[in-house]
Design a protein around this ligand. Structure first.
Ligand code: HEM
Length: 372
C-alpha cells in the first residue's frame, strides 16, 4: 500500500506538510493543519474555540447529511464493557458465517474485504449499541444502516453539496428515513433507551463505516506483511497508525486562536490528522527512517504508548466506540495471524470518504501449525 505515502490530493498535501513547527496553512486563508500532538490536543479538547463545521457530520465522513451546526455538542457515552463483549461475540459468529457464505454454493473466488466485513461489523456494532434487540431486528437495523452509509457515499464524494432535489440527496434522505423508522420501532421495546433516534443513527453509522475500512486495511497489511506469531494488538495499532480511516478531522475556529505560534482568524477550518501524527518520530518507536513501514513489532518497545497519534480522536468528542473498535480489530488480527493471506491485486487507497482500501481482494489459507 505504497499509495498512502505517494498519494496526491488532500492526503498528499497533508503528508507533505512540514512537521513539528507551528500550524501550517495548506492554502492561502486556510485550511490550517495542526502539525504536532500539542496543537492537535488544543484543537480537539477546546470545543469552545474549535467547533464542528456546520456541514460536516461528526466523523468527518458523513458530511452533507444535515446542515445543522454541531454547537450544542451532544457527548456520547462510551460503549460499556458488557456491550463491547456482546459486540465482539457477534462479530466472531458473523465473520465465520461471512467467510463460509461469501460465494453461494462454495468456490475459491477471492474475498473482497470491504464487502466481507460489512455484515459482521454492522451486526456487531448494532448489537453493542442496542442491547436487547432480538437477532432478527438487529439484522434489519444493521442492513438499514448499511443502506444509509451507501447512500451517503455519493453525497460526500460530490464536489459541492448536492441540491435538495438531486437524486443522490433524495436517496440519502429516503434511506435515512427508512433507518429512523426502523429504529423508532425497534427502540420502542427497549427499556431505558434515552438517546434520540438521530443520535443512535449517528453512532451506528460512525461505528460501522469506520471499522469496516480499518478491518480491510488490517487484512491488506497482513497480506503484504505476514506476521504469524506477532501480537495481534500490535497489528491493530500499526494498522491504525499507518492507515487510520478517519485520517483527517476538521474544526472551525469560533474566535482568533494561536496554534503553535500561528495566528488563525475566526471562522477558519483547522485540520487534525492522525495519519500525519502517526508519522512523528517523537510519538512512534523505530527511528524516523522506518515510520512509513508496516512493522507491528515496533510496539514491543514499551517506552512509547500506542495510540498517541489519536486514531480515535481526543477530548469530549473522542470516539465512544474505541474499545469496541479495538476489540473487533483484535479478533480480526487473530484470525489473520492464523491464516496465510494473499492479495489478488494491488490495493489502492480510496480517499472519497475518509480512507479505505479499494478494492481489497484476497484469498486465505489456514496456517497448518496455528489453525484452530
Ligand atoms: C477502528 C474503529 C474506529 C475508529 C478508528 C474510530 C475513529 C474515530 C475518530 C477519530 C473520531 C473522532 C472524530 C472527530 O474528532 O472529529 C470518532 C468519533 C466517533 N466515533 Fe469512532 N472510530 C471507530 C469505531 C467506532 C465505533 C465501533 C463506534 C460506535 C459503536 C464509533 C462511534 C463514534 C461516534 C458516535 C463518534 C462521534 C463522537 C462525537 O462527535 O462526540 N466509532 N471515531
Amino acid at each position: 500500500m505504497d499509495g498512502v505515502e505517494s498519494a496526491g490530493g488532500q492526503l498528499g498535501a497533508v503528508l507533505a506538510a512540514p512537521r513539528d513547527g507551528g500550524a501550517v496553512a495548506l492554502a492561502p486563508g486556510g485550511p490550517w493543519l495542526a502539525t504536532s500532538l500539542e496543537q492537535a490536543r488544543q484543537v480537539l479538547t477546546d470545543p469552545a474555540a474549535f467547533d464542528f463545521p456546520g456541514n460536516v457530520n461528526r466523523t468527518g465522513d458523513l458530511s452533507g447529511s444535515r446542515g445543522d451546526t454541531r454547537s450544542g455538542h451532544t457527548v456520547f457515552a462510551p460503549v460499556s464493557p458488557e456491550d463491547v463483549a456482546r459486540g465482539v461475540e457477534v462479530f466472531d459468529t458473523e465473520w465465520a458465517a461471512a467467510l463460509r457464505d461469501h460465494v453461494p454454493g462454495g468456490g475459491d473466488e477471492p474475498y473482497d474485504a470491504m464487502v466481507l466485513l460489512r455484515r459482521p461489523v454492522a451486526r456487531s456494532t448494532t448489537a453493542a449499541v442496542l442491547a436487547g434487540l432480538d437477532d432478527a431486528r438487529r439484522d434489519v437495523v444493521a442492513d438499514r444502516v448499511l443502506a444509509w452509509i451507501d447512500a451517503l457515499g455519493p453525497v460526500i464524494a460530490a464536489p459541492r453539496r448536492p441540491r435538495r432535489w438531486s437524486g443522490i440527496r433524495r436517496a440519502e434522505e429516503r434511506t435515512r428515513g427508512a433507518l429512523e423508522d426502523t429504529l423508532d420501532e425497534a427502540r420502542a421495546g427497549l427499556p431505558g433507551e434515552r438517546r434520540t433516534t438521530q443520535e443512535v443513527a449517528t453512532i451506528l453509522a460512525a461505528g460501522i463505516q469506520v471499522p469496516i475500512a480499518a478491518g480491510a486495511f488490517l487484512l491488506a497489511w497482513l497480506a503484504q506483511h505476514p506476521s504469524a506469531g506477532t501480537d495481534p494488538a500490535h497489528v491493530v495499532w500499526e494498522t491504525l497508525r499507518l492507515t487510520p480511516p478517519t485520517w483527517l478531522t476538521a474544526r472551525v475556529t469560533t474566535r482568533e486562536v494561536d496554534l503553535g505560534g500561528t495566528r488563525i482568524p475566526e471562522g477558519r477550518v483547522v485540520f487534525v490528522s492522525p495519519l500525519l501524527l502517526g508519522r512523528l518520530d517523537t510519538l512512534v518507536p523505530g527511528g524516523s527512517g522506518t515510520l512509513a513501514h508496516f512493522d507491528p513489532d515496533r510496539w514491543r518497545d514499551q517506552a512509547r504508548r500506542p495510540g498517541a497519534w489519536l486514531p480515535f480522536g481526543a477530548g469530549p468528542h473522542a470516539c465512544p466506540g474505541r474499545n469496541l473498535g479495538l476489540a473487533v480489530l483484535g479478533s480480526l488480527a487473530r484470525w489473520g495471524g492464523a491464516h496465510e493471506l494473499t492479495l489478488s491485486e494491488d490495493v489502492r487507497v480510496d480517499q472519497s470518504r475518509g480512507i479505505s482500501p479499494a478494492p481489497c481482494r484476497f484469498t486465505a489459507t489456514a496456517r497448518s501449525e496455528t489453525s484452530p
